[in-house]
Each structure stands twice: as structure tokens, then as C-alpha cells.
Design a protein around this ligand. Structure first.
Ligand SMILES: [Fe+2]
Ligand SMILES: [Fe+2]
Length: 223
């Protein structure tokens, strides 16, 4: 019975072909063209992409946890998207642009909260580094795999909780305290930050990689 089940599980974990993408992190232009919430909506739309990356990491981790063979390249590719999109670009927008604009609003009433979010970014980076380091031992048996899955699940849990806090607390508050000019400034500064990435196709590259992993791991993002 076991022999009949294993190939089915492997097929659901590994399948090779990829599709090319037309996606950007900002697929819904309805809000980014709405000047009222233009800047914060760019942040919110990135959460949708980050959640897709987390689902891919979670499925790969589940497969590994269930004893399936997951190529090191799959985890390394997912980590590349996390490092260069979720961590580098998204956190950079918040750390260097959004939070500094917000920190003096309402006489600095939310400084501690913003400090907590900054610390969560640091924790996130630590977990990414730990996960990256643990992958070297992917082929070294059960104990090494257990360590990888433990770190991956901890990162996923931490990031989901962080995004939820930003979505439910940070962005609604930001939308009440940011002026129309602040939102336009945010949108334009984010655009400047990403100009090179957009012109050189970096976004397209990572979204295409993400879609490839979704297909490989049989994840349907719209479901
Ligand atoms: Fe954040
Ligand atoms: Fe965020």
C-alpha cells in the first residue's frame, strides 16, 4: 500500500515545468492609481505576494517533513525570492521610507509600535540567515532535515503574524494620519527605489520564479 502512495506524493511535491509571468507585485492598479491611499496600498499589495512565497515555502517544508526529497535548489530559489523581495525590497520601503514618515505623527504616539515592527524585521532576517545556513545539511539525514523544517516553520509563523499586524493595525492607522501629500511622496519614493529593478526586469524574474515553484509544488494561488 505504501509503495502505491509514495509516487503520488512525490508527484504532488515535484513537477518541473514553469510558466512565464505577466505579474508585478502591484497587480491591482485600482488602488495604486487612487491618490488617496497610493503609497500604503503599494505596501499592502506586496503582502499578497509575500503570502504566496510563504505558501510555497510551507508546501516545500511539509514535503520535506513528510520524508519527500526536495531539491536544495528549490529551497535556495525560494530563499532568493524571500531575501531579494520580501526582505530587501519590502522591508526597505518600511524601514527607510514609511516608518520615518510615520514616527512623528500624533506626536510620536506610535514610536514604540514602529520600533517593535523594526525589531521583527531584524528577527526575520536572523531566521532567513539560519534557514540559509541549515540548508547546507539538507542531504545529511533526518536530524538535519528536522532542523530545517523547524526553522522554516518558525519563519513562516513569524512572518504571517508580522504581516497580519501591519495589515490590521499599521496600515489602517497610517491611512488615517498620512496626508494626501505624504501618500504621493511615499508612492514616488517607492517608485524611485524600485526603478532599477523594474527597468532590469528583477520583479518579473522573481514573480516568474514564484509561479514556477507554485506549479512545481502544485499550489493554486487563486484557490
Ligand atoms: Fe514589516
Ligand atoms: Fe510589511
Amino acid at each position: 500500500m505504501k509503495k502505491a502512495i509514495i509516487p503520488v506524493i512525490i508527484f504532488s511535491c515535484i513537477c518541473t515545468s514553469c510558466v512565464l509571468s505577466k505579474y508585478t507585485p502591484y497587480q491591482n492598479t485600482k488602488f495604486t492609481s487612487n491618490r488617496e491611499f497610493a503609497g500604503t496600498e503599494m505596501i499592502r499589495q506586496e503582502f499578497e505576494t509575500i503570502r504566496r512565497v510563504l505558501r510555497v515555502l510551507e508546501k516545500a517544508t511539509d514535503c520535506l517533513d513528510n520524508g519527500q526529497q526536495i531539491p536544495a535548489e528549490t529551497f535556495q530559489g525560494i530563499l532568493e525570492i524571500i531575501s531579494n523581495f520580501s526582505d530587501k525590497r519590502h522591508h526597505e520601503k518600511e524601514d527607510k521610507i514609511l516608518f520615518p514618515i510615520l514616527k512623528d505623527k500624533e506626536n510620536g504616539a506610535k514610536r514604540d509600535f514602529l520600533g517593535q515592527l523594526l525589531m521583527e524585521h531584524v528577527t526575520s532576517r536572523d531566521k532567513i540567515r539560519d534557514l540559509s545556513g541549515s540548508l547546507i545539511h539538507l542531504s545529511q539525514g533526518k536530524k538535519a532535515k528536522k532542523k530545517i523544517t523547524k526553522i522554516a516553520y518558525a519563519y513562516i509563523k513569524h512572518t504571517r503574524r508580522h504581516i497580519q499586524t501591519e495589515e490590521k493595525v499599521l496600515l489602517p492607522w497610517a491611512n488615517t494620519v498620512l496626508t494626501h501629500d505624504d501618500q504621493i511622496l511615499l508612492k514616488n519614493t517607492f517608485g524611485e527605489l524600485e526603478r532599477d529593478d523594474i527597468e532590469t526586469g528583477v520583479h518579473e524574474k522573481y514573480i516568474t520564479m514564484l509561479e514556477g515553484f507554485e506549479k512545481q509544488l502544485e499550489i493554486h494561488p487563486e484557490s
